[in-house]
Design a protein. Sequence first.
Length: 175
Amino acid sequence: MKIKINSIRIMKGGHVLIEGSDNEMLVIVYRESRELNSLAKELKRGDLIHVSGAIKPSFNNSKILEAERIEVLYLNDQINEIPLCPICKRRMESAGKDKGYRCKRCRTFANSKTTRSISRNITLGLYQSPLYRHLTKPIYLNLSKPEINEEELINNILSKMIKRQDRYVSTMVSS
């Protein structure tokens, strides 16, 4: 399931609740999942992830997805913040709704917030807890489906069957 993150809540005990922008389903990452839980704590609003796991019914919400694997597809590394005054280098304050920002000390104005890049401790890619269930395929195995050439596969099977038959016939003749 692809989720654009709206909010992250860390519960008492260390479990992480991830709420998507569509509010359809909550994702829970248990504390015991180690690296997956650490990753979930580093995610921010606006990040795009693909989550795999088990879906469970819930009393409060319609469904909860218990995460077993998370693939980070996009990291929102831009943050909007109130601008600094170009003269005194202090944080400006709001001049009112849709009126921009002003510096109390210098009386300078700015029209909008500024964007700034932030560094993240995570990268794009696939993350999985080392404590995966026996039904979950480990990351180090190839996750993509191999290209199957049906004709080559059938020819390979038939050639092995013919070789076995030839060996069987040759053993019958020699005995």
